[in-house]
Design a protein around this ligand. Structure first.
Ligand code: FMN
Length: 564
């Protein structure tokens, strides 16, 4: 079967499989990446995984969470850490992965969540490995997060010895969170390109987890050196007996949450071991679709080619990065929006008004939030250990006092010269006047690029009608060569994290953003003069004044009175 994909013929290396997948799943003007081509409603996947037979621990929903100002999320060392408890675990999942609204149109309702998802299909599942916590469980356990119920499903109880083994490298009261993907949920609609979207969604969810942790005064560190085999074993994703015919989940990432700031300043992965004994499993996964009318073997092939073995942690050096003052001018220490409103109120714009402009200061601040500062001290960039591999090619339409045109934000200042050589030779690479000295923002070419932005984003008007839109250009082949083929996933995660920050920053600025997974790959490259296949666009985004769809009714995410 896999030979038919053209990706695993002969003895192709993992990197060759990745590159072939990426090329094959490009959208072209004359041909979209392979997909079913129509909506097969009879096999529409259930967006909610449940484990029948697993104990359900309901999490309380406080009406008002933390009265934390939004800006304080980014100075998280100043937020007093909440102790680990039923309430704090509940808030953590509420901010990271919960439902935030139901939408209604006629007789149809559908839920929306704190984390966005391509096509609102939500392939990402969340897990936690928690110690004994009063009112959650009197022993350490593995839990699956059930967003519709805002509850934890207890998948496995760990005996004291196993918990001690597992957490031995970590400070007291830390715990693990994991993310996995049900590829089928995205493939059902988007076919072969779906693996990309699943990884974008994981990136958004990773940032969402990091931001939720920041709101509670906690830290999050990606555990990048754990093998996918170990990780699947830890969360029970490898248990054939619990899945039977149900759709399997692909292990994506595992992260450590450190609720206690007094704990040693852990910044890297530590060894974790797969379960041997001492674990009692419960629950059977539900089947999400009654049938799969079509399979997409290239997704299995690229998933296989990007699985990680146990490896050394990445230890990139961040010494050349700007300081907070150099990035922001005066660091932002005010604003009326609360973190909770930004997180729970985040929404994608379905249309942009084509008229709202943002100020230069807002534009600069949004972009500054996308930069890791010296020593990786800014949230959410402190969660990942690699130097930025995603740079922005910006289509600026309506930023007061800034000429419309193409711009670049080079998120790793060391890559400026390289990008100059990769892009059109006639670009002027002029530093933007009055922008903070640490912000590597350059004008490339003045001009009205609204039509161009729309065209390359699969003709979607949101890209031309916003205040600005952008392509996330990845230093792709060099990343794979340096960190291995599994890093293909990380590039999408980084892009998703950039997107999640833009979503919240848009809320803060009183505008809205939208992720754009549908774009014509090579025409985007051509717009910036990128000929080399070494650099590729990994995601698009738009930010601007939204047009609300008044035909839709918004309903609360949970019915507090009924459920509590
Ligand atoms: C990876 C990704 C790709 C997306 N691509 C598009 C797109 O091409 N066009 C679009 O209008 N919306 C796109 N969206 C927005 C989703 O449709 C939106 O997140 C989803 O409907 C849920 O709504 P919410 O973000 O308001 O929670 C994308 C979102 C993500 C995360």
């Amino acid at each position: 079967m896999l030979e038919r994909t053209g990706l695993l013929e002969g003895d192709a290396s993992a990197e060759e499989v990745v590159v072939a997948y990426h090329e094959r799943t490009k959208h072209h003007f004359h041909r979209y990446a392979d997909a079913l081509g129509y909506m097969d409603w009879a096999t529409q996947p259930d967006p909610f995984r449940r484990y029948a037979g697993a104990d359900l621990v309901r999490l309380p929903l406080p009406k008002a969470g933390r009265p934390l100002p939004y800006w304080q999320l980014y100075t998280s060392t100043s937020v007093p850490p909440m102790p680990l408890s039923l309430e704090s675990v509940s808030l953590f999942f509420r901010y990271a992965l919960s439902l935030t609204a139901w939408k209604q149109s006629g007789d149809t309702t559908w839920p929306l969540r704190a984390n966005p998802s391509s096509g609102n299909l939500h392939p990402t599942e969340g897990y936690a490995v928690l110690p004994a916590i009063d009112q959650i469980g009197d022993a350490a356990a593995v839990y699956h997060y059930a967003p519709r119920e805002h509850a934890l499903e207890r998948r496995a109880v760990l005996d004291a010895k196993r918990w001690a083994e597992l957490t031995e490298p970590f400070p007291d009261s830390s715990f693990l969170v994991g993310l996995s993907s049900v590829h089928w949920r995205e493939a059902w609609k988007y076919g072969e390109r779906a693996f990309r979207y699943c990884q974008h969604d994981v990136g958004h969810a990773l940032a969402s987890l990091r931001i939720a942790a920041a709101a509670l005064g906690w830290r999050l560190v990606l555990q990048g050196s754990v093998s996918d085999g170990t990780f699947s074993s830890l969360l029970g994703l490898d248990r054939d007996e619990d899945f039977a015919a149900a759709e399997r989940e692909e292990a994506d990432l595992l992260a450590l949450i450190l609720p206690d700031f007094a704990a040693p300043h852990l910044t890297e992965s530590k060894p974790l071991t797969a379960h041997g004994g001492g674990v009692l499993w419960q629950g059977r996964a539900n089947t999400l679709s009654p049938a799969h009318s079509v399979e997409w073997p290239v997704i299995d092939a690229v998933a296989q080619a990007t699985r990680r073995c146990a490896s050394a942690s990445i230890k990139d050096d961040f010494s050349g990065f700007p300081s907070e003052d150099e990035l922001f001018g005066t660091p932002i220490r005010q604003g009326l929006l609360t973190a909770e409103r930004a997180i729970l109120g985040r929404r994608s714009a379905v249309a942009m008004d084509g008229s709202t402009a943002i100020s230069r200061a807002t534009f600069f601040r949004m972009l500054a939030r996308l930069m890791p500062i010296q020593e990786r001290r800014t949230m959410p960039w402190d969660a990942i250990p690699w130097r930025p591999r995603i740079h922005l090619g910006l289509f600026v339409h309506r930023v007061d006092g800034l000429a419309p045109g193409l711009y670049a934000l080079v998120r790793d200042p060391d890559k400026v010269e390289l990008l100059k050589r990769v892009m059109h030779s006639e670009f002027c690479w002029q530093r933007v006047p009055d922008c903070p000295p640490g912000l590597p923002l350059y004008l490339l070419q003045e001009g009205d690029c609204r039509a161009l932005a729309t065209t390359v984003s699969c003709g979607q008007d949101i890209a031309g009608d916003g205040a600005f839109s952008l392509a996330m250009i990845a230093d792709y082949r060099d990343s794979l060569a340096m960190y291995g083929s599994g890093f293909y996933r990380n590039l999408f995660w980084e892009a998703g994290m950039v997107g999640q920050v833009l979503y919240l920053e848009a809320e803060e600025a009183g505008v809205r953003a939208t992720g754009i997974g549908c774009y014509f790959d090579d025409p985007v490259h051509a717009a910036f003069g990128i000929v080399s296949r070494e650099w590729q666009s990994f995601y698009h985004f738009t930010v601007g004044g939204p047009v609300e769809d008044r035909r839709l009714t918004t309903l609360p995410a949970y019915n507090f009175e009924e459920e509590q």
